[in-house]
Structure formats: C-alpha cells, structure tokens
Design a binder for this molecule. Structure first.
Ligand code: FAD
Ligand code: UDP
Length: 455
C-alpha cells in the first residue's frame, strides 16, 4: 500500500515526493503521463548533442533563500544572469526597457534622471491599474506599449492586454538605469548538469517508485494508496464540472545550426513580427561548449498541453469554484501551476510545495505513548472517497507486495517501468528518465516521527 499517489513529476510533485519519502518515511508512487520526469522543466540532449529544454527556456531565479537551499541539496549550480533583446523598429534593444533601450531607439543621450522625466512626460495617468494595458501605459505611455507589449501579448495570450490582469505584464519591469538583466533576484543560476539530473537526484530514494507513461485514471482503481497529491489541471480532476479553465499552450519548433553561436543574445523577442514570440539559443543558458547550436521558436496556441493559466477575472472566478471543491475533497491535496491555476515560476511552485509539505508533516505527526500505543494526531483517514474505491477494486484493499522494477538503458535512463501489485501487472514503457532506483518495497525505518512522552 502506498502512503501517497502523486500525480505529476514536475517541480510540485517531485518536491513533495522527495520530502514525504525522505522526511516522513512515506512510501510514494509518483506517476506522470509523459515519458519523463521533470514536468515542463525537463531537459535532454538532442540528436546533435545539445542540451535543450523540451518545453521552452527555463531560467531559475528566486529571492527565496529557503527554496534555493532546498534545491542545492540536489544540484550544483552554474551562475547565470539572463538577458533578452527585443527586435523593435529593425533594432535589437534590451527588454526590460532601460536607459540603453530608449537612447538606442530614439537616438538620445539621456542619463537616468533625464529618462525618469522623459517617462513622466510620455506616461498616461490611469485611475486604477487593473489590466496589463494599464500597467504599461501608466509607466511608459502608449508608443512604447505598442512597440513592445501590445502585439507580443496578443500573440502570447490570444487576447488584448486590456483583457488580462495587471500581473501579467507587471512581470516585466521598466528601468531608468542600464541594468540589462531580465531578472534582478538574489539567486540566479542554472542546474550545472541540467534540470533532469537534478530531478533524478531528488527522486533517488528507496521510498519513491516512479511510473511513467501513465495517466492517473489508468491506475487509480488498481493501485492501493492512502492519499493523493494531484498536480495536473484542476478542472480535469473534477471532470470539468463547472466548465473548462482556459490554459494557453505553445508549439515549439527546434532548429540545429552547424555553427557555434546563432544569435547575439540568449533570447530575442519579436513583439511585432512573425507568428512566434521569441527565439531562444540554449547554449547561453546551459554554458555548454559544442560546435553546433540549437534554438527554439515558441508559437502560442490554444490547443495542446496546458502551459499557462490565463490570469483574468472570469477565469479566477471559475477557478474559485474548483478551489472550493478541492478544499472539501478528503485525502487529496492539489499543488503546482496547473492544479492551483497560478501563473507561477519554478521557485514559487517549490515554495508552494514545501508549504504544503509542512502542513502535511504537522498533521501527520504521531505521538508515541510510553506503553507503545501509537496515536496519530493527524488525519490518517482510510475512509475517504479514494480509499474506499481502492478497497473495492482490489478485493482486499491493501495491495501487498507492491514492487516496481526499472530497466535501465545505455544512457542510464530508465526505459521501462513495471509496477505489479499482486493483482495483475501494469506496464509503462517509454524512453524517459527514471532514477534507476525503483526496486524493492522501501521498508519503513520509523524516521521522521516526533515522539512525545505522555504521562
Ligand atoms: P508541471 O511541470 O506542468 O508538471 C505537471 C505534470 O503533471 C506534467 O509532467 C504532466 O504530464 C503531469 N500530468 C498532468 N495530468 C496528468 C494525468 N492526468 N496523469 C498523469 N500525469 C499528469 N519558470 C521559471 O521559474 N523560469 C522560467 O524561465 C520559466 N520558463 C517557462 C517557459 C515556458 C514555455 C513555460 C510553459 C513555463 C515556464 N516556467 C518558468 C514555469 C515552470 O515551467 C513552472 O513553474 C513549473 O514547471 C511548474 O511545475 P508543476 O510541477 O506545477 O507543473
Ligand atoms: N511581454 C511583452 N513583451 C515582451 C516581453 C513580455 O508584451 O517583450 C508580456 C507578455 O504579455 C508576456 C508577459 O509580459 O506574456 C510576461 O513575460 P515573461 O517573459 O515573464 O513570460 P514567460 O517567460 O512566462 O512566458
């Protein structure tokens, strides 16, 4: 019997799997419908040997020391400050808009305080800053809004900035100095050997079994577990009961060039030209030395994997209905960008997962009475909707002898994961990365329980 079934092996699912296994000695089955771990942060070497991010550029940055310290247990880092240029009026200029952007674009020689006044002269006062249009126009006026934000946003989201929450374009600041970095967070770095390697290290624990190529619907009623953590789309979990939550997707087009460097910056944004929004050259991000280089074009679209929750009032209202349902669903926790419908960066997802873990840990703390009787202070319920289902479908409901085997291919990546629970086999085949550590039953060691004397 698994203590937790975790659906989704991205940052949310993997952080929770790691914490529950290593700190509370819980037995965890982590599944993903894709053929790899890492969720959208998954990276791999392409056919040309270039390390690429399969789901678009992922740059790690955070102000949260706790998140950085947590991940540092699983990876070494490569210091990396991200830079982006925007192609505007036939010139490549820094975005976020800064002193160099304005001086280059308008042929000026302003200093910082002159630029501050210049911005004041073009900015349009808005009573309220509600939308993504308000944010930009109130800071830099209509012309720069049109040049840098309006069309990019329409391409990226399929709607006008005036229909999107302020928080979307507010992600990109405006500067009066020459700071050309995309982020100013105190920790900015890339996992030295890539994200996938970091995930492999997180999940390399005897209590964690991984099953890839598996939708949770396929195993819910077959594999016994006590509780679930769901990190997929929350509306899907509830069978779209209140209607579909909109997510924006992307199509990625990769190109390998037989040259060391392709473009003059890690990312170039194209607000006003082409159907794609930006072009990323991965070698800048990863620091890889290699004769070839791979770039990726991002084409926004509605269809496809859900990548971006769409932040606007009506969607927040719909999400609130699902959130209320989630709140009252026993023994299931919801975490991550899709399950909590939040436009979160990786560090925010890790922070959210660590907070949920702390909550779970507090409720799972056991009190051991001197006589040896163990009393749980938390809700180790077995009568929730899910457990009842499993008890029924398994006949005995305890799934004795759950084992998982991992076949390892020549790259050291798990290619086949087999889970057997004594009631028939479930096979999941694929080429994805696993942690090569999938055998055995993960015997309990009794760690992670706080003990109190009750007299
Ligand atoms: P995900 O990574 O989406 O993981 C959820 C997993 O659940 C998926 O692997 C999915 O296959 C699985 N799943 C879903 N449904 C099911 C099901 N029914 N059964 C089984 N499995 C299921 N953040 C940054 O900090 N910096 C960046 O530079 C950055 N760039 C980004 C660029 C792009 C193009 C995108 C799309 C996102 C970017 N992000 C970035 C955000 C980052 O990807 C997310 O914050 C993070 O990956 C979310 O982790 P998660 O675990 O919540 O979700
Ligand atoms: N944006 C824009 N022009 C740009 C860069 C960003 O209009 O050159 C807007 C756009 O709406 C985008 C949002 O700002 O979706 C947030 O940008 P960010 O780079 O943070 O997007 P992400 O990396 O999450 O796709």
């Amino acid at each position: 019997m698994f203590d937790y079934l975790i659906v989704g092996a991205g940052f949310a699912g993997s952080t929770l799997a790691e914490r529950l296994a290593s700190q509370l000695n819980k037995k965890v089955l982590l599944i993903d419908k894709r053929n790899h771990i890492g969720g959208n942060a998954y990276d791999k070497f392409d056919d040309a040997g270039v390390l690429i991010h399969q789901y678009g550029p992922h740059i790690f940055h955070t102000n949260a020391k706790s998140v950085f310290d947590y991940l540092t247990q699983f990876t070494k880092w490569r210091q990396y400050q991200h830079r982006v240029l925007a192609c505007v009026d036939g010139q490549l200029v820094p975005i976020p808009i800064n002193l160099d952007t304005i001086n280059t674009l308008y042929g000026l020689k302003l200093n910082s305080s002159e630029l501050e006044k210049w911005f004041e002269s073009v900015a349009e006062k808005r009573e309220q800053i509600r939308t993504s249009e308000d944010v930009v126009i109130s800071k830099v006026g209509k012309e720069l809004y049109e040049k840098f934000f309006r069309n990019y946003t329409r391409k990226q989201w399929g709607i006008d900035p005036s229909e999107l929450d302020a928080s979307v374009t507010a992600r990109v600041p405006t500067r009066t100095n020459r700071d050309g970095r995309y982020f100013t967070d105190s920790y900015q770095a890339m996992p030295l050997h890539g994200y996938t390697r970091m995930f492999e290290n997180m999940l390399s624990h005897e209590n964690i079994k991984i099953m890839l190529n598996t939708d949770y619907h396929e195993i819910m009623d077959v594999v016994p577990f006590k509780k679930m953590i769901f990190t997929g789309p929350v509306d899907e979990y509830f069978d779209f009961r209140f209607g579909k939550l909109p997510y924006r997707s992307l199509r990625f087009e990769f190109e390998t060039h037989h040259q060391k460097q392709y473009q003059s910056a890690p990312v170039i944004n194209y607000p006003n030209d082409y159907a794609y929004t930006r072009v990323t050259e991965f070698k800048y991000l990863t620091g890889q030395e290699c004769d070839k280089t791979t770039i990726v074009y991002e084409y926004p679209q509605d269809e496809g994997d859900p990548y971006y929750p769409v932040p606007r009032g009506e969607n927040a209202e719909l999400y609130r209905k699902y959130a209320a349902l989630a709140e009252e669903t026993p023994n299931v926790h919801f975490a991550g960008r899709l399950a909590t419908y939040k436009y979160y960066n990786m560090d925010q997802v890790v922070a959210q997962a660590l907070t949920l873990y702390n909550k779970i840990a507090a409720s799972e703390t056991e009190i051991v009475i001197p006589s040896g009787t163990t009393v749980s202070t938390g809700s180790r319920l077995t009568n929730g909707k899910r457990d009842a289902t499993h008890a029924g479908s398994n006949g005995n409901g305890n799934g004795n002898g759950a084992t998982m085997q991992a076949a390892t291919n020549s790259n050291g990546n798990r290619s086949t994961a087999v889970l057997s629970n004594g009631n028939g086999n479930l096979n999941a085949k694929g080429n994805g990365h696993g942690n090569g550590n999938g055998n055995g039953n993960g015997k309990g060691k009794g760690k992670g329980h706080r003990e109190y004397s009750v007299s």
